[in-house]
Every structure is written in structure tokens, then in C-alpha cells.
Design a protein around this ligand. Structure first.
Ligand code: PLP
Length: 377
């Protein structure tokens, strides 16, 4: 029994994986992106379900998460997408975790760590193609490739890049330009007689819309969790009448801590920001911004109780919110409340919540506090 918890629907996750896999076909490896606690869904919970569905490649942001996965899966491909400090290279090498590197300094340190442990350093070289994030420029690429050719311990396992604007289907030019630059980098890699096994650049939007970007591995994040990368991606898919059904995997629930009646004119919560007009019934819920329920949902958020939409009254507190339950019959202490998810009558999507606070569902999901229990249902 939890007062606030996250439910992960195994069937939905499995179905999304299968849906994406059927788009991808057999040409490319399906790599599940499970960074940020699997987009708030729970790293281990999601990874185990994905593994049961035959997924054998995982991408994380940091070495800490990679080590957790290595404990679960002794032989799976595990790629760290983000920055790894050289002090941690020996752990990655010992556990045969793949690193994303993009500069000479990093490669030299990886080589030193690898030669010390007499094990190969498995490296994905990230190419700067226009996101201005991690990545080696075309100018610096030859020096790095030389190092791979000369080094006994550096293994070029993958070459990758990341799109900056692929979710915007009104402007495909920039993605095309980035893909073109990526192709040029790959040609250069070939002239160095290096044969990386994994060529990868496709995130969810690319998986859904641009099969030409698949390479030999795709990195599936948001779509695997049953959420469209953007409304535009969804629209474009439908316009092209590609049938693709994504099912939201996550629900976020809590319980009523107290129900009370307050007379008209009574203010609610910190700052007295909201005053009820008439006699109202208020429910206090044990969830707040610490849990990831954004403070900008103050007086704006909605929750579902017994099929009714109930508005957040006053400010979101650190660990509590108050909602108006005046129109809900028989509200009880301990009764279940849906923060994200659906019941028989209504639904609150991560996307709808994100729009209320001018952000994207990625952020809403990723910020659900990792200390909240994830329950697989
Ligand atoms: C997060 C991330 C992805 C996944 O993106 P989605 O849009 O969630 O599919 C892929 N590649 C990299 C490098 C990422 O950081």
C-alpha cells in the first residue's frame, strides 16, 4: 500500500516495443533509451520488461545507470550516451560498457585505462552534425580516427549523431543537412578502414517518420513509453496513413489524505492565492513539487477522482496539494486519485499536463521523483 505511486503497464510497453520493432524491421538493432530513470518510468522495471520482449541493447545517460543495468544483464549492449569522467573509464571497461566519446583527450584517457586493464575500451564516436551538443567536428575527426587505427585497446564500436529538430515536420531541411553531414563522416570513417558495428542517429521521431535514418541501431525513447515525440510527428504519421498505435505506459496515482468542507470566502493554501466563492469540499492529497508535481500547476492542474475532473486549488506545496471535490459524490479519505492516467470516463495525459505548464511530456515524466515506487501492472 502506497500513498503515492507510479503504475507501469507491462502490456502497453510490450506493445509499443513490438509496434516500433515492426516499423524498424530486422535491419537495425532496437536500443531502448532508459536514461532519466527510464523517462520517469523506473529504470529496472522498464529494462526488465524490455528484456523480456527481446530487447538486448540499452542506452543510458550515465555510468551509474549503466552499472545497474550490467548487474541485471551480463551480456547486453549498454551504451552511455552522456558524459563520463575519465576517472570512471576503468569501470566501464571492466564491465564492457560502451562509452560515447568525441575528443582526443577522452580517447587517450580511455586508451590508458584500457591498456591498464588489458581489456578493450568500447567506444561510440559522436559526430557533431549541427546540434551543437556533444560531438567531434569534421575537421577534428581524422585525428580521432587515426588514434583508433593505431591503438590496440580502442575499439570503434559505433558512430553516432543526434538530430536537433527532427520533431518539427514543417522543416525537414535541417535534419536532412545533419544526415548528410553524418553520411560524410561515415565515409571518412570507411577511408580509415574502420568498421564500426553500430551506425546510429534515429530517435523516436526518426524511427516513426524517416526509415532512411535507421542505420544499424535505433535509439527509441519517448515512443517506447507510448508518447508521441510531438503533435506534428503524430499528425504526419496519420497523414501518411501509417498505422501506428502507441499506448501510454505510465500512470501516476495518489490517495486522499483528508476531506473537508469550507465556507465561501475561505482562502486555500500558501499565499491565500485562491478563495472559494461558495461552500466547497476540498481534498488534501499527499503529493507536491518534491514528488515532481510541478508548482506551475498551482490553481491550474486537474486530477481524476471517481471519474470526475477536480481542479488544484491554490498553490502546489512541497508535499501536498488541495483539490476541489465539491461535485464528486461520496469522497472518502484514502480514495484513489489519478494525477496522470485514465479511468473509465476521463484521462489526463503527460502531454496535457506538459502543455499547461509550457513544457514537453519528456520533462513532466522525467521529473516524477525516483523515490516514488514504480509498480508493474
Ligand atoms: C534521449 C535521446 C534519445 C531518445 O530520444 P526520443 O525522442 O525520446 O526517442 C536518442 N538519442 C539520444 C542521444 C538521446 O539523448
Amino acid at each position: 500500500m502506497h500513498r503515492t505511486w507510479v503504475e507501469i503497464k507491462e502490456l502497453a510497453l510490450s506493445s509499443n516495443i513490438q509496434t516500433l520493432r515492426s516499423l524498424i524491421g530486422n535491419g537495425a538493432v532496437f536500443c531502448a533509451v532508459v536514461k532519466a530513470n527510464a523517462y520517469g518510468h523506473g529504470l529496472k522495471e522498464v529494462a526488465r520488461i524490455a528484456r523480456r520482449n527481446g530487447v538486448d541493447a540499452f542506452a543510458v545517460d550515465c555510468i551509474e545507470d549503466a552499472l545497474i543495468l550490467r548487474d541485471l544483464f551480463p551480456t547486453s549492449l549498454i551504451i552511455v550516451l552522456g558524459y563520463t569522467m575519465s576517472e570512471r573509464f576503468h569501470e566501464a571497461i571492466r564491465e564492457q560498457i560502451d562509452l560515447t566519446l568525441y575528443d582526443l583527450e577522452g580517447l587517450r584517457e580511455a586508451e590508458a585505462a584500457a591498456s591498464k586493464s588489458a581489456l578493450p575500451a568500447r567506444v561510440h564516436l559522436k559526430i557533431e552534425t549541427g546540434t551543437s551538443r556533444q560531438g567531434v567536428s569534421m575537421d577534428d575527426l581524422p585525428d580521432l580516427l587515426n588514434l583508433f587505427r593505431e591503438s590496440k585497446y580502442l575499439q570503434l564500436i559505433g558512430v553516432s549523431t543526434h538530430f536537433a529538430n527532427i520533431e518539427d515536420t514543417t522543416n525537414t531541411e535541417y535534419a536532412t543537412l545533419q544526415y548528410h553531414r553524418f553520411t560524410e563522416a561515415l565515409e571518412l570513417v570507411r577511408t580509415f578502414e574502420l568498421e564500426p558495428e553500430y551506425i546510429h542517429c534515429a530517435c523516436s521521431a526518426a524511427i516513426l517518420l524517416y526509415p532512411q535514418t535507421y542505420g544499424t541501431l535505433v535509439r527509441a525513447g519517448i515512443a517506447m513509453y507510448g508518447i508521441w515525440s510531438s503533435a506534428m510527428v503524430e499528425e504526419t504519421m496519420h497523414k501518411q496513413s501509417i498505422s501506428c498505435e502507441l499506448q501510454p505506459v505510465l500512470s501516476w496515482k495518489t490517495r486522499i489524505a483528508q476531506v473537508k468542507s469550507i465556507p465561501g470566502g475561505t482562502p486555500i493554501g500558501y499565499g491565500l492565492t485562491e478563495i472559494v466563492q461558495k461552500r466547497s469540499r476540498i481534498a488534501v492529497l499527499p503529493v507536491g513539487y518534491w514528488d515532481g508535481y510541478d508548482r506551475r500547476l498551482s490553481s491550474r492542474g486537474e486530477v481524476l477522482i471517481a471519474g470526475y475532473r477536480c481542479k488544484v486549488m491554490g498553490r502546489v506545496n512541497m508535499n501536498m496539494i488541495m483539490v476541489d471535490v465539491s461535485s464528486v459524490p461520496n469522497v472518502q479519505k484514502n480514495q484513489e486519485v489519478i494525477l496522470i492516467g485514465k479511468d473509465a470516463r476521463n484521462m489526463i495525459t503527460a502531454d496535457a499536463m506538459a502543455q499547461k505548464i509550457s513544457t514537453i511530456p519528456y520533462e513532466v515524466l522525467a521529473r516524477i521523483n525516483a523515490s516514488i515506487p514504480r509498480i508493474v501492472v
